[in-house]
Design a protein around this ligand. Structure first.
Ligand SMILES: NC(=O)c1ccc[n+]([C@@H]2O[C@H](COP(=O)([O-])OP(=O)(O)OC[C@H]3O[C@@H](n4cnc5c(N)ncnc54)[C@H](OP(=O)(O)O)[C@@H]3O)[C@@H](O)[C@H]2O)c1
Length: 168
């Protein structure tokens, strides 16, 4: 099983506010969709709640929710009450990657997971007013390469750059 993580953050590592994203960037959403399509996405229960009903479960990938509430039921999604129970379940996966897709609580726990081998981090060139953040981590343990630069246009008000991190 390959464990990866994908996140978009602003200039202050902000990822959300009031249980929502702070930006509307269809081009960044397209990158997320294309990267995770066909794979497994693991999200916190609040992240799942924040996705508009018409977009969830996220199509064309297996949706997995983490909740400590063992009665939590979201049609079509597997629910686990710990990250390790979730990873154990998918440990024999050979084709699909397990992507941690947030939010803040889940990133905070996954960032130190020994099996995490890759991260896609989008840096949005703007400072919003977030209430939820992506954690600081030890960048010396990761190789960072730029894989996409996107200039602002009429549909995407902020420019952004996507970096791929791989464990050294
Ligand atoms: N910019 C991005 O890339 C991005 C991506 C995703 C989300 N977001 C943003 O992040 C924000 C949400 O993040 P958040 O930190 O508030 O919530 P979250 O991480 O999405 O979800 C937290 C919930 O996950 C469950 N949970 C946490 N740790 C767990 C564990 N070890 N085992 C089992 N369940 C566990 C708990 O659910 P129960 O309470 O049900 O037990 C907890 O309340 C929103 O603003 C969203 O828009 C941004």
């Amino acid at each position: 099983m390959k464990l990866s993580l994908i996140v978009a953050m602003d200039q202050n590592r902000g990822i959300g506010k009031d249980n929502d994203l702070m930006w509307h960037l269809p081009a960044e959403m397209r990158f997320f969709t294309e990267t995770t399509k066909g794979h497994i996405v693991v999200m916190g229960r609040k992240n799942y709640d924040s996705i508009p009903l018409k977009y969830r479960p996220l199509p064309h990938r297996e949706n997995v929710i983490l909740s400590r509430n063992t009665d939590f039921d979201a049609g079509g999604c597997k629910v686990f009450s710990s990250i390790d129970a979730c990873l154990d379940h998918f440990s024999n996966e050979t084709e699909r990657t397990v992507f941690i897709i947030g939010g803040g609580q889940i990133y905070n726990q996954a960032i130190n997971h020994p099996r995490l081998e890759e991260m896609y981090i989008t840096e949005i060139n703007h400072a919003f007013e977030p209430d939820t953040f992506f954690p600081v981590f030890d960048e010396t343990k990761w190789k960072k390469e730029s894989i996409l630069q996107y200039q602002a246009d009429e549909k995407n008000p902020q420019s952004f750059e996507v970096f791929r991190y791989s464990r050294i």
